[in-house]
Design a protein around this ligand. Structure first.
Ligand code: PEP
Ligand code: MN
Length: 326
């Protein structure tokens, strides 16, 4: 809760009165250093707006129960990503290889994505892998291939940053910075990425509640990120039949209740290419603004996630069925 003070109020006096009610306060000053408002902060006990209005010096009370006011403030606003947009009506298609494996592979995958009408190329230069012996990405070289491939087709670029130390490097080439599932609550990374003053795509942590996810986005926005696109990619379920449990209820909640920009990643959600199309359609039915899918020119030789990568024709079918113009 926030109390605004009368122009001639004695802020220190009002603060003492609030403390007398057992409340903890934080001072909010205007650019001249004048204290104009006091925020009631934890661990204050519950207090009504009426009680606060009666405190000497208080002019008005802003009662917000939300723990994520910055997230709330971005509701209903589309996210502009280079030449593309997420939200605002048209279905967004983000496509590309799981890993950027070579310049040739990236250029071929970008051609497939562009031909299907994807506005955003997505590929990994830094790959979070469960085993240290799996392919972990080509790093800075791959960033160069990805940017060049995106530029060839006038596409925007999304790519993941895994470390605070790489934020500047990744921010320089990416239009949309991806924070991966494993880093959703890496608060140091979320705060460092704020320094890039760019939009991010925040993938849901595998064991994160929707509230955890919203509050992680709040951290990023508080640190300077301009907009957060939420990406549902499945949570860990009990059933090994599917790679993850794609939570489309959370997508409906984020879109229809919270008004947030939200996309779905059915590739990691299911882990199998034959289920990517049905779950992409389900994602839009639930309210998603877009989908992010993996493609590969030769998935049988892919260095990561070959089983879920779509071929060119499969991406074409998906794009036309979700209403993307190629
Ligand atoms: C990815 O998007 O390439 C990825 C590794 O996904 P996640 O962080 O959702 O596991
Ligand atoms: Mn992948």
């Amino acid at each position: 809760m926030l109390v605004n003070l009368h122009a001639d109020a004695d802020a220190a006096h009002t603060e003492r009165s609030l403390r007398g009610l057992g409340l903890w306060t934080q001072r909010l000053a205007d650019p001249e250093g004048q204290i104009r408002s006091l925020r009631i902060v934890a661990p204050s006990p519950p207090v009504s707006a009426d009680t606060l209005s009666g405190v000497p010096g208080v002019c008005s009370v802003l009662a917000t129960q939300s723990g994520h006011p910055l997230v709330d403030a971005q509701a209903g606003r589309p996210v502009v990503v280079g030449n593309a947009q997420i939200g605002g009506g048209a279905p967004a298609l983000i496509a590309g290889p799981c890993s950027a494996e070579s310049a040739e592979q990236v250029f071929a995958a970008a051609e497939i994505a562009a031909a299907a009408g994807a506005g955003i190329l997505r590929g990994g230069a830094y790959k979070p892998r469960t085993s240290p012996y799996s392919f972990r990405g080509h790093g800075p070289d791959a960033l160069g291939w990805l940017r060049e491939a995106a530029d060839r087709h006038g596409m925007a670029l999304a790519t993941e940053v895994m470390s605070e130390y790489d934020v500047e490097r990744v921010g320089d080439v990416a239009d949309l910075i991806q924070i991966g599932s494993r880093n959703m609550q890496n608060f140091a990374l979320l705060r460092a990425v704020g320094r890039a003053r760019q939009p991010i795509m925040l993938k849901r942590g595998r064991a994160a509640t929707v509230e955890d996810w919203l509050l992680a986005a709040e951290h990023a926005l508080d640190a300077g990120v301009t907009q957060v696109v939420f990406c549902e990619r499945g949570i860990r379920g009990f059933d090994p039949a599917m790679r993850n449990l794609l939570d489309l209820g959370a997508v409906a909640l984020l879109k229809h209740v919270h008004g947030q920009p939200v996309i779905v990643d059915p590739s990691h959600g299911c882990g199998r290419r034959d289920l990517v199309l049905p779950m992409a359609k389900a994602a839009f039915a639930a309210g998603a603004d877009g989908v992010m899918v993996e493609v590969h020119p030769h998935s049988e030789t892919a260095l990561s996630d070959g089983a879920q990568a779509l071929a060119a024709e499969e991406l074409q079918v998906l794009a036309s069925q979700i209403g993307v113009q190629s």
